[in-house]
Design a protein around this ligand. Structure first.
Ligand code: NAD
Ligand code: UD1
Length: 348
């Protein structure tokens, strides 16, 4: 009784874009750790069903606000009505190809949305902030593994928004010494919660490798196109640092703790430090699930890089966090989610 009372009156974490793929997994870990959670989402790339599943997994409630972070009035009301002391900011558009064809939508949503959110936070005195950045800020890597001090560059409008928001947050920290920001540069999040009830739910044909593989395995697509086998990598296919989404979620809890102790700006890689090729991933998936993944070699995809993986030592040193889950666990959990939810959150 007294426990639930203190939980109810303790300050909340505001999670923007919490109904999305990474947001749902992070809300589960926040609720399990005893945090109160307020989620704002406009459901432009998600559904309220995802939040209901989070509540089911944890047996706790999320305060859900359907709204857009660019809507200053909604934000002001939200921040004035509830004791919120920190923010995890996921809300953004994230499709690289679409960002090239619709740059204004990306600059407006990702930069405009963040500016509106920061203005509301400043007015409400909320000074602890965790931001979803991306390994895309490293552009085409000159050396591997990537440390946070590697040169930064934007190679498409999506990447430009991540780079610009990092810069804005760093400037906020310079202007206000009490401001605390951790920009988490995610490598390639894959997999799903062990319950198999939340996971990645691409609206159209998936652009990314892992959801494409699971859709081939479940029979929704005939085969995987392997985008190039002539890259300078160990088997000629592209190499990335895939990280289990639950490990990634736990990285946000570690970053929140850090931002409570330490003001100023920090950019931190969240990756495993291991490089996995497209063919390595296909084989790991087949091994973990017993499913065949038919694949054919196709031309390279425009804008791709050969290889990218993290040096994760800063996360370990600053946040005391390290990825724990194996490639096999990523494949098995992603497959459980896909099998149980062939149409994602849409009821068939
Ligand atoms: P997602 O699309 O599943 O989640 C984003 C959520 O934000 C969605 O629920 C969407 O409806 C919501 N949203 C978007 N614009 C909004 C707005 N203006 N107001 C309110 N809600 C809004 O994406 P995700 O994979 O969970 O990614 C979360 C964050 O992590 C994004 O910022 C993304 O750029 C970043 N990121 C993702 C990856 C990845 O591979 N998934 C990699 C690096 C970085
Ligand atoms: C992509 C985005 C990047 C974003 C990241 C995580 C591009 C150019 N980059 O990166 O900005 O941060 O997703 O969301 O879109 N592959 C295939 N067949 C497929 C799909 C992918 O062979 O059907 C290969 C790719 O060529 C690459 C690897 O699989 O070598 C991983 O691709 P993907 O999952 O799209 O991630 P990234 O390329 O790292």
């Amino acid at each position: 009784m007294s426990h639930s009372h203190s939980a109810a009156s303790a300050p909340s974490v505001l999670v923007t874009g919490g109904a999305g793929y990474i947001g749902t997994h992070t809300m589960v870990e926040l609720l399990n750790a005893g945090h109160n959670v307020v989620c704002i989402d406009n459901f432009s790339n998600s559904s309220p069903e995802a939040v209901r599943r989070v509540e089911k997994i944890t047996g706790r409630q999320v305060t859900l606000v359907e709204g857009d972070i660019r809507d200053t009035d909604t934000l002001q009301v939200l921040l004035s009505q509830r004791p919120i002391d920190r923010v995890i900011h996921f809300a953004a558009l994230k499709a690289v190809g679409e960002s090239v064809s619709r740059p204004l939508a990306y600059y407006d949503n990702n930069i405009g949305g963040t500016l509106a959110l920061l203005a509301a936070c400043q007015q409400a005195g909320v000074r602890r902030f965790v931001f979803s950045s991306s390994a895309t800020v490293y552009g085409n890597p000159q050396a591997l593994p990537l440390t946070e001090d590697a040169p930064l560059s934007a190679v498409n409008p999506y990447g430009a928004t991540k780079l610009m928001v990092e810069r804005i947050l760093e400037d906020m920290c310079h202007a206000d010494p009490q401001f605390a920001v951790v920009s988490l540069r995610y490598f390639n999040p894959v997999g799903a919660h062990d319950s198999g009830t939340i996971g990645e739910d691409p609206r159209d044909i998936p652009n990314n490798l892992f959801p494409f593989i699971t859709q081939v395995a479940v029979g929704k697509r005939p085969h995987l196109n392997v985008f190039g086998n002539d890259w300078p990598t160990h088997d000629g296919t592209g190499v990335r640092d895939y990280i289990h989404v639950v490990d990634l979620a736990l990285g946000h809890l570690a970053a929140l703790d850090y931002s409570a102790q330490q003001s100023g700006y920090a950019a931190v890689n969240l990756g495993t430090g291991r490089g996995t090729s497209v063919l390595d991933m296909v084989h790991a998936f087949e091994h973990a699930t017993g499913q065949r993944v038919p694949h054919v070699v196709a031309p390279r995809r425009a804008g791709d890089i050969a290889a990218c993986w993290a040096d994760p030592t800063r996360a370990e040193r600053l946040l005391n966090w390290r990825a724990q889950r194996s490639l096999e666990q990523m494949c098995a959990s992603g497959w459980t989610w896909q099998q149980g939810n062939p149409d994602g959150y849409r009821r068939s």
